[in-house]
Design a protein around this ligand. Structure first.
Ligand code: DGL
Length: 279
């Protein structure tokens, strides 16, 4: 164990979606150093096989472990879903030299606490929905819960390309197509099971209506990470603000441009392009 309370928190995703977890971390733990990796050269992950997703995740872990890290958050529903089928990746556990969480348990617990009618919707990537990870965990925590899932594969390209405004017609029309069956099912809680989706939460909220509580999987993972660090006495005692460093695997300029509307409030900021090992 090389980490201590002032080591950094590593966060990764296929693209900009994991910044939803970073935003929550900055709000809750402003004195922590955060190192973010967005694997923008290979986004999207959600249409790939579990084997490929596992391989990409392993490379992301290796990259973040090359820093002095106390915790890694897989701020990606797709990676979290695939890893949740492997007994060695349990949310909140200490793995090989760092604490780990994905987004599944944090979001499932929040949804179970929020629902009144036990009808919970889950939207995510194809890989996430195929894995049944949210559904099986929700039903193990809340027996009798009805879980309605829908894969929304067009949302990630829309978000990565900046089609995120509340009145963006392509975004609104695609969202209506995906979300109408969930609305008709009468859910009162909807897990935004892909961390990109909270970036279009205005569009989603307009369609679902005020009676449906939206759960941000990235935001919940940030809150869960804080609880794990507190429990293990690993919260930073640094007095000054922590540093935020962002890495991506494609053009930093492009990352910055696409994430611009979302990065607001994330300062100080460095954005660098990196290369992942190919083992
Ligand atoms: N943000 C991601 C997730 O939470 C990744 C989506 C993708 O790359 O397809 O699933």
């Amino acid at each position: 164990m090389n980490y201590n309370e002032n080591s950094a928190i590593g966060v990764f995703d296929s693209g900009i979606g994991g910044l939803t977890a970073v935003k929550e971390l900055i709000k809750l733990l402003p004195n922590e150093n955060i190192i973010y990796l967005g694997d923008t050269a290979r986004v999207p992950y959600g249409t790939r096989s579990p084997q490929t997703i596992q391989k990409y995740a392993a490379q992301n872990f290796r990259f973040l472990k090359s820093f002095n890290i106390k915790m890694i958050i897989a701020a990606c529903g797709t990676v979290s879903s695939v890893l949740s089928t492997m007994p060695s990746y349990s949310d909140g556990d200490c793995l090989n030299g760092f604490f780990y969480t994905g987004v599944i348990r944090p979001a499932a617990q929040a949804a179970v606490s929020a629902t009144k009618n036990k009808k919970i919707g889950v939207i995510g990537t194809d890989a996430t929905v195929r894995s049944q990870s949210y559904k099986s965990l929700i039903q193990s925590i809340l027996p009798g819960a009805e879980v309605y899932q829908k894969a929304c594969p067009m949302f990630v390209p829309l978000v990565e390309n900046g089609y995120t405004q509340r009145d963006c017609i392509p975004c609104v029309e695609i969202a209506k197509e995906y979300l109408t069956p969930l609305k008709e099912a009468g859910i009162d809680t909807l897990i935004l099971g892909c961390t990109h989706y909270p970036i279009i939460s205005d569009v989603i909220a307009d369609i679902m209506g005020s009676g449906v509580k939206l759960i941000s999987s990235g935001g919940e993972a940030g809150r869960y990470a804080k609880a794990v660090l507190a429990e293990n006495e690993l919260l930073s005692r640094r007095q000054e603000k922590g540093s935020i460093t962002l890495y991506c695997t494609d053009s930093a300029e492009l990352f910055c441009k696409n994430a611009e509307h979302f990065l607001d409030g994330i300062t100080p900021m460095e954005i660098k392009t990196c290369t992942l090992d190919s083992e």
